[in-house]
Design a protein around this ligand. Structure first.
Ligand code: GLV
Ligand code: MN
Ligand code: MN
Length: 413
């Protein structure tokens, strides 16, 4: 029998500890990303706790944490998430999933279940270090190129390459292709995460069993105008790149609404150069984040908004360039693992539902190789990617129990 209260206490202690000053770069939010001291301290925290349970600790060639309680070559069931954060993040997105996975490992040990487990904490899920979401799992699944790792992926802080940073942190990026072997022995994978929306809260459910994850396009548009004096330049003599930007933001809203089927579009980064109050920008770069469960629908929006931005710039005598950063298709999850989670959830008598994930997760990559599913717990008012994020350790304890029982059932089948 799982003592859920004891699990909740341990989960709360882990989450609170990892919100402390040694584990974040900011005193106003959780901010941690690859190769910083705060990030290393967080991985060390998990590594120590897992080593105490007898797990063997290793890292893939770029620093994704792997811990297993069976020797390499023996089948294991995978659990975990990521413990890097959004730059203005909360204590739950990602981290509570790794904490819940650690709790599954503890329960397995205490209850003497002997389940063969492998915990993974993926590197750079949020893209806070290098602007590349799901970077660790994309490296693992070979969904990047060597040129990107050596050259194009650059640190937001200092512009040095991912490669250089990984080497400076003591890793071996030259062996990045070997990262895939982390998945070699996995018979299945479950990631627990906060929902990041308010469906569970509003419907009074404690668990969401995820059946599919929305796909996305991440891209940048740069509009080239002409830098001029903001006071001295008459309105009809300007090439102001922020105007096609403004038109494109509104067009994105229109296109996403028109596409329906859960399609959403966001301009989250706007970077005028030089970005001064008294100067018309020379150019402006803005990001596009376009997603949905229907690949055709959100991809059409990305295509149409790119064409619109180019035309909007041209109409005003300027030029716009569209560059895709990356894209991942919508990912259906595995029926058998979804079914095992559902049975385990039903057995607790607690309210749960099936749902899809609007946010992206490393599970999108893992699922290409390993039968995978996800389990969501509610977060207060759906808030995430914010220091105001809040989730309940009691729900995470329930999720840990459900994961444990689902894995046990899958092993016995
Ligand atoms: C991941 O954090 C996402 O933005 O979906
Ligand atoms: Mn996350
Ligand atoms: Mn996130």
């Amino acid at each position: 029998m799982v003592d859920r209260e004891r699990s909740a206490t341990r989960i709360e202690r882990d989450v609170e500890t990892l919100a402390g000053p040694a584990y974040t770069l900011s005193d106003r939010a959780i901010c941690r990303y690859a190769y910083t001291d705060a990030y290393r301290a967080t991985l060390d925290y998990f590594a120590r706790a897992l080593a105490e349970l007898g797990f063997e600790i290793s890292h893939d060639p770029v620093g994704t944490l792997v811990a297993r309680n069976r020797p390499a070559g023996e089948p294991v069931f995978g659990i975990g998430s990521h413990c890097d954060s959004n730059r203005n993040g909360g204590r739950y997105d990602g981290t509570m999933g790794v904490v819940a996975a650690l709790e599954v490992c503890r329960l397995n040990e205490e209850l003497g279940l002997g389940l063969p487990l492998q915990l993974i904490s993926f590197l750079e899920e949020e893209g806070s270090g290098f602007g590349q979401m799901l970077l660790g799992s994309r490296i693992m699944l070979q969904r990047v190129t060597e040129e990107e790792l050596r050259e194009s992926f650059r640190a937001l802080d200092d512009g040095r390459s991912f490669w250089e940073h990984a080497e400076a942190a003591g890793h071996e990026p030259a062996r990045w292709r070997e990262s895939i072997h982390v998945l070699d022995d996995l018979t299945g994978w479950i990631e627990m995460h906060i929902e990041q929306a308010r469906v569970l809260q509003d419907t009074g459910k404690r668990l969401g069993i995820v059946t599919a994850i929305a796909g996305y396009v991440h891209a940048d548009v740069t509009v080239h105008g002409r830098g001029d004096h903001a006071g001295a330049t008459p309105m009809d003599l300007r090439l102001d790149p922020t105007l096609p930007l403004a038109e494109t933001i509104l067009e994105l809203e229109r296109l996403a609404r028109e596409a329906g089927k859960g399609t959403v579009g966001t301009v989250g980064e706007i970077e005028p150069a030089p970005g001064l109050i008294n100067a018309i920008a020379e150019r402006v770069r803005f990001s596009l984040d376009i997603r949905g469960p229907d690949d055709d629908a959100y991809r059409a929006v990305a295509r149409d908004v790119a064409a619109f931005a180019e035309q909007a710039a041209e109409r005003r005598g300027m030029r716009a360039e569209y560059a895709q950063r990356q894209t991942l298709a919508a990912t259906p999850l595995d029926d058998r693992i979804v079914g095992a989670l559902e049975q385990a959830a039903a057995a607790t008598g607690e309210p749960y539902m099936r749902m899809h994930s609007g946010a992206a997760h490393d599970t999108m990559c893992v699922a290409e190789r390993v039968p995978s599913a996800m389990l969501f717990v509610p977060c207060r008012d759906g808030i995430s990617h914010s220091p105001l994020e809040e989730a309940s350790p009691a729900d995470a304890a329930l999720a840990a129990e459900v994961m444990l029982n689902a894995i046990a059932a899958l092993q016995a089948a």
